[in-house]
Design a protein around this ligand. Structure first.
Ligand SMILES: C[S@@+](CC[C@H](N)C(=O)[O-])C[C@H]1O[C@@H](n2cnc3c(N)ncnc32)[C@H](O)[C@@H]1O
Length: 509
């Protein structure tokens, strides 16, 4: 085994053409016992050709690996079975693997054939598994999900309406500290469609008042994730939870939501709180769901839906979540910066700032421009100005702002230290009505004088803001404004992704 691994490590980084000309040729010429000593060549071909082979080279490798499935050596066959799935689907291999399963040389070979079929099996495998589950012991739900992924992968439709919404509960998850802003956003923007039922730490609960689409939910910008509640489960142990969780997933509620919002197959992946169970438990839940409803398919790969299973007192709570990536609210994003803001935080900061007609907003540390774009989208702004030390960030912000294409708002983006704001003609003394920013926190890139930086931010805001203008930012320090002209309007703790900051709004008197 060690010798196999050592040889594999020397081969895996070779160019495919060299591997083929030298090592595959040597393997083909070899006879036992030399042949069994060279099995690492098979493994290396699987990895190297899958990783960097041209389509022609991949086809060549698949044909070769297929021929090895008939090799007299059990070890060679096993290595070929492990390598083949890396190179994708292959109908010929499926037939050969089923042949092997009909008369395996032993348990090890049987197991390898099952594993390979779970990865590349199609209709023939599913049929064989349903006919003789003890011989073809592949998980039928996995194979069914794979077939669905290839034939009708399924897509979430933002515009589709759930026509019978009665009893549906929607959980809007957000960073702690943003719940009130999110609840206000829902009350203002979607009061005819959703009612805010409750607001708790990191969560706003909505109930629909009438038929709605996922697009209606995504008009709200301050939440991070949305989940449709499938129910709570009480259980003493993880094993005890399998059946009730599966019943929630294979429920009428799930079917209604999936049918309303999905085009194609109903595929979901399970995201289980690790405190509740491991990958084996996830498999068991998926298999049980499939037993209850073979149309609801657990598929960890590229599924449009997720079922999130959270720890809850005495058991678990289960939610169905659309996996929309990239986030449809960020369609303007052409690029990001390394220390980019959490987009719902930027949206919440813009809402906290409020919208005033003729607003001129400045972000001294604009990065990719997200706070300014959120502010522009709220309405009322006439100009946004971004400064950043990084020329690359400024270019990204400019492009993002152009892509956002907010009518009536002009953008100015300048590379430089924010303290040099007087050089920006659009800014000047009293030139802005809002300073909105997420300053560097010194976590990824250390800041030599953090206190000095925040003091200078207050100084600059006091100068550029006109009376009544606001400064909105997450303050990483416990620091009062050194400027008497700035008065604190609100301050509340928000989670900035593992650490807490005070989200503050100051007004210039
Ligand atoms: C937290 S990031 C801003 C992220 C931005 N809100 C976004 O989502 O892309 C802070 C930014 O401040 C910039 N920066 C740091 N010191 C600066 C300074 N003295 N003047 C201007 N920009 C500065 C960094 O280059 C960085 O892009």
């Amino acid at each position: 085994m060690k010798a196999d691994n050592d040889l594999y490590r020397t081969l895996r980084d070779k160019a495919c053409a060299t591997l083929w000309k030298e090592d595959v040729a040597a393997f083909d010429r070899s006879v036992e016992p030399e042949r069994s000593r060279l099995v690492a060549v098979i493994r290396a071909v699987g990895v190297a050709f899958a990783d960097r082979g041209t389509p022609a080279e991949k086809a060549q490798a698949v044909t070769w690996l297929n021929s090895l499935l008939k090799d007299p050596s059990e070890k060679v066959r096993r290595y070929a079975m492990a390598a083949l799935p890396k190179l994708g689907d292959d109908i010929q291999a499926e037939a050969k693997l089923l042949d092997i399963l009909a008369a395996p040389a032993g348990e090890r070979e049987r197991q390898k054939a099952v594993e390979a079929l779970e990865k590349i099996g199609g209709e023939a495998t599913l049929e064989a598994a349903l006919k003789d589950p003890s011989a073809v012991s592949v998980a039928p739900d996995r194979v069914a999900a794979r077939i669905a992924r290839l034939t009708e992968p399924g897509e979430i439709r933002m515009d589709r309406i759930l026509s019978r919404p009665s009893g549906v509960r929607i959980h809007l998850h957000c960073r702690k500290g943003l719940e009130r802003i999110l609840a206000d956003e829902a009350r203002v923007l979607s009061k005819e469609i959703f009612e805010v039922k409750s607001v708790v730490s990191g969560l706003v609960v909505l109930e629909p008042l009438k038929p709605f689409s996922i697009g209606d939910i995504y008009k709200l910008r301050c939440f991070a994730q949305v989940g449709f509640v499938l129910g709570d489960v009480r259980a003493q142990s993880p094993e005890e939870a399998i059946n009730p969780i599966a019943l929630r997933i294979a429920s009428n509620r799930t079917r209604d939501l999936l049918a309303a919002f999905t085009d194609g197959a109903f595929r979901y992946r399970i995201e289980m709180d690790p405190a509740l169970g491991d990958a084996e438990l996830v498999r068991k839940v998926g298999a049980e769901v499939h037993r209850f409803d073979p149309k609801i398919l657990n598929d960890p790969r590229e599924s449009p839906w997720s079922v999130d299973i959270f720890s809850a007192p005495g058991g678990a709570s289960v939610e169905l979540r659309p996996r929309l990536s990239p986030d449809p609210r960020l369609g303007y994003r052409t690029g990001e910066v390394a220390a980019g803001s959490h987009p719902p935080l930027a949206a919440a900061m813009a809402r906290l700032a409020g919208s005033y007609v003729g607003e001129v907003a400045w972000d001294p540390f604009c990065g990719s421009g997200i706070e300014l774009i959120e502010r522009a989208m709220l309405g009322g702004a006439s100009r946004v100005i971004g400064t950043d030390l990084s020329a690359e960030a400024v270019e990204i912000a400019r492009k993002n702002f152009e892509a956002a294409d907010v009518p009536g708002v002009r953008g100015t983006f300048v590379c430089g230290d924010f303290r040099e704001y007087t050089k920006i003609p659009e800014l000047g003394i009293g030139g802005a009505s809002l300073v909105i920013t997420n300053p560097p926190m010194g976590r990824r890139i250390p800041i030599a004088d953090m206190r000095g930086l925040i003091v200078n931010l207050f100084n600059a805001a006091a100068k550029v803001l006109r009376p009544g203008g606001r400064l909105v930012f997450p303050n990483p320090l416990k620091l009062e404004a050194p400027e008497r002209a700035l008065r604190l309007i609100s301050r509340n703790a928000v989670d900035l992704g593992g650490f807490e900051c005070q989200l503050e709004m100051w007004v210039k008197d």
